[in-house]
Design a protein around this ligand. Structure first.
Ligand SMILES: [Zn+2]
Ligand SMILES: [Zn+2]
Length: 229
């Protein structure tokens, strides 16, 4: 089959990993060269609050600021570094809208999410109507593979301002909270441990807004998992 990223042929039977784990290799969707461009986060030297890759396990400066603002309990777990290769991937997947590209990470990402089995509900971050209209899919759901989403969180209204991804960091931090829990879903989340799922943790503002909304409606504990940080 062809590599989803560079379109070169993946000759499975020739690779060492195929000989050792034929089952696993059959699910590989990108070639070895492309795989090497992405970098997994090493938890032993990542920020324990947001999952950012760094030199040590100290709480990073961004998270120290969040803590200083006295926010509630919330931590993020991330699988990959949001580096140049990942940015290029996200651009092709989200903004060029190549939905096939979800298969580059869906198997690995859903396996990563399954490690957090202690949570009662998995909730993907919703996208607004404008994004639905232009993109045609929720990129987060695409990355979740066979995991099912609990649709309890909604966007209040279409954002009339510039889209989130086009904003500068400071502008993003000032954006209001657009999430709400539908009245009919409140019982579902009350006293529950909720795992939010998103594609990228950038400033953390959006995920924190979602977490805050769930806490206000009675959730017991909220953490998140993102493909990258
Ligand atoms: Zn490739
Ligand atoms: Zn951090």
């Amino acid at each position: 089959m062809q590599c989803l990223i560079c379109h070169s042929m993946i000759r499975l039977s020739w690779t060492l990993s195929y000989l050792m784990m034929p089952q696993r290799s059959k699910t590989e969707t990108i070639c070895m060269a492309c795989q090497k461009t992405f970098h997994e986060i090493d938890e032993a030297s990542a920020c324990p609050k947001c999952g950012r890759q760094q030199e040590s396990q100290n709480v990073c400066k961004d998270c120290q600021k969040w803590q200083a603002n006295g926010s509630y309990y919330y931590i993020n777990h991330a699988l990959y570094q949001y580096d140049e290769a990942m940015k290029a991937y996200m651009h092709a997947y989200k903004f060029q809208g190549d939905y096939q590209l979800r298969h580059v990470f869906d198997t690995k990402f859903s396996q990563f999410i399954k490690k957090f089995a202690v949570f009662d509900l998995i909730v993907a971050l919703p996208i607004d109507k404008t994004t639905w209209t232009t993109r045609g899919f929720n990129q987060v759901l695409g990355l979740m593979g066979d995991l099912s989403n609990n649709e309890v969180l909604y966007m209040k209204r279409d954002r009339d301002e510039k889209r989130q991804s086009q904003k500068k960091r400071n502008e993003r931090l000032q954006t209001g909270n657009h999430f709400y829990v539908d009245v009919e879903c409140r019982q579902q989340i009350e006293n529950k441990k909720i795992l939010l799922i998103d594609d990228v943790y950038t400033t953390g503002r959006t995920l924190r807004h979602a977490a805050e909304t769930l806490y206000r409606q009675g959730s017991d504990r909220v953490e998140s998992v993102t493909l990258c940080r």
